[in-house]
Design a protein around this ligand. Structure first.
Ligand code: UGA
Length: 436
């Protein structure tokens, strides 16, 4: 099938390459010429496992092209909208500028297609009610709208796109449009559905809500266990053992119960805030609890700072090794990164911070040549007065503490990822989160 993907960020670029991998003929469209230039050469503009190989393969095969020219969408029958909806600078709401601009630019090029009905597929995370408001314009342009939220996790993006745990289709309330768009999207995802992936159909608002409620639930799980970490710190209990024990109850489960420095990234923080803002717009207080979820998450970022100050007293001029800058391992994404936030809080207190991160380190260095970035954990830790593990890269978890040469062997494990016994046996003072 001929497909266009509007927006070539973490979501759009991976989706475009994955659709090509399924055998479709895909054009990715983005307003950023530098990004398009790189993608056109088959070079991944960000770190995402398995993506670079797939991109290179599909570009070389000729099934995947990229352009800044929206007119290229006219050749496609199916158009995915995967642009970002960041938090607005003036509040908690989602910034719909990019979605609106993408739709305005796309609609003049959709309509009659020789291969069959034209379909516009919304993938961006949007406030509930967006698809209903958009549908008349898409219909007037001669296409059918379907809403198909995306659940991919960065660092598992390729796997989550090609082998998702579910597909969600939000369908038009017009039965004929619903039926036609469903058949077209089923054809796009033929191989994924044939592999047994559950495909759930619903109306537009429900599909939009599935996305934001899933992310809010995940944020709630993380803040729940982080609240338990606070109680554990105050009582001398161990939150990792607590999580292990409650997770054995399969109604609770083990996933997303890792206490630490809280959630970051381009999704959970802004989606929970935008969802709450939307509820407030609707005159509902139903999501007020998200204020606490967010407040717990914010507090977690102060905890390693307080521990460092408790250990060192005045941190001014003290060398502090920061292991990790990305918001989680196996990505170079530093958006809303708790690790970087903590690093800069310490810097603001006068500390001499040294950062290392296998993928986000080069991103930081490219952005600011004066950023205190070094290539390895050994370099970062050498002569440091305290070491903070803030992103749980395998390289850091596997470090042999006996080979490090700090000025003072004190480690704060912001992700509860290190083995305390190994570090203590090597002569280090170990602090975890909620495992005092
Ligand atoms: C999240 C969701 O997990 C995806 O399902 C969703 O599609 C995506 O947002 C999105 O909206 O596009 P992602 O932002 O890639 O995916 O990251 P997560 O794996 O959810 O991690 C988010 C943050 O929570 C990270 O900072 C991670 O370190 C933290 N986290 C995660 C914890 O602190 N504890 C945990 O137990 C799990």
């Amino acid at each position: 099938m001929k497909i266009s993907v509007i927006g070539c960020g973490y979501l759009g670029a991976v989706h475009a390459a994955s659709m090509a991998e399924l055998g479709h003929d895909v054009v990715g469209i983005d307003v950023d010429p530098a990004k398009i230039d790189q993608l056109s050469k088959g070079i991944a503009p960000f770190h995402e496992p398995d993506f670079a190989e797939m991109l290179e393969r599909e570009v070389a095969r000729g099934r995947l092209t990229f352009t800044t020219d929206m007119r290229a969408a006219a050749d496609a029958q199916v158009h995915f909208i995967g642009v970002g909806t960041p938090q607005r600078g003036d509040g908690k709401c989602a910034d719909m500028t990019y979605v609106n601009a993408a739709v305005d630019a796309l609609l003049p090029h959709v309509g009659h297609h020789p291969d069959g009905p034209s379909v516009v597929v919304g993938k961006s995370t949007v406030p509930v009610g967006t698809a209903d408001a958009l549908e008349p314009r898409v219909t007037d342009a001669g296409a059918i709208l379907i809403w198909n939220p995306e659940f991919l996790r960065e660092s598992f993006a390729v796997q989550d796109t090609l082998r998702p745990d579910r597909l969600v289709y939000g369908l038009s309330s017009d039965p004929q449009r619903a039926e036609v768009s469903l058949a077209v999207l089923d054809e796009v995802y033929h191989d994924i559905i044939a592999a047994g992936t559950p495909r759930l159909t619903m109306d537009f608002p429900t599909a939009e809500l599935v996305k934001v409620s899933a992310n809010s639930f995940l944020a709630m799980k993380i803040s729940f266990i982080n609240a338990m970490a606070e109680i554990c710190d105050a009582t001398g209990a161990d939150v990792t053992k607590l999580a292990q024990a409650i997770g054995k109850d399969d109604r609770i489960g083990h996933k997303f119960l890792r206490a630490g420095i809280g959630y970051g990234g381009g999704c959970l923080p802004k989606d929970t805030l935008a969802f709450q803002a939307r509820a407030e717009e609707l005159g509902l207080s139903s999501l007020d609890f998200l204020t606490d979820i967010n407040a717990i998450n914010e507090r977690r970022r102060q905890r390693p700072v307080d521990l460092a100050v408790a250990e060192l007293g005045d941190v001014t001029g003290k060398r502090i090794a920061i292991l990790g800058a990305a918001f989680k391992p196996n990505t170079d994404d530093i958006r809303q990164s708790p690790a970087l936030d903590i690093a800069y809080r310490l810097k603001a207190l006068g500390a001499d911070i040294i950062i290392t991160d296998p993928a986000a380190g080069p991103v930081l260095a490219a952005r600011d040549p004066h950023a205190p970035v070094v290539a390895t954990a050994h370099e970062a830790v050498k002569d440091s007065h305290i070491t903070l593990l803030l992103t749980e890269w395998k390289d850091f978890i596997d470090l042999d503490p006996t080979t490090l040469e700090p000025a003072r062997p004190i480690v704060i494990d912001g992700r509860n990822a290190l083995d305390p016994t190994t570090w203590k046996n090597a002569g280090w003072t170990y602090h975890g989160m909620g495992r005092s």
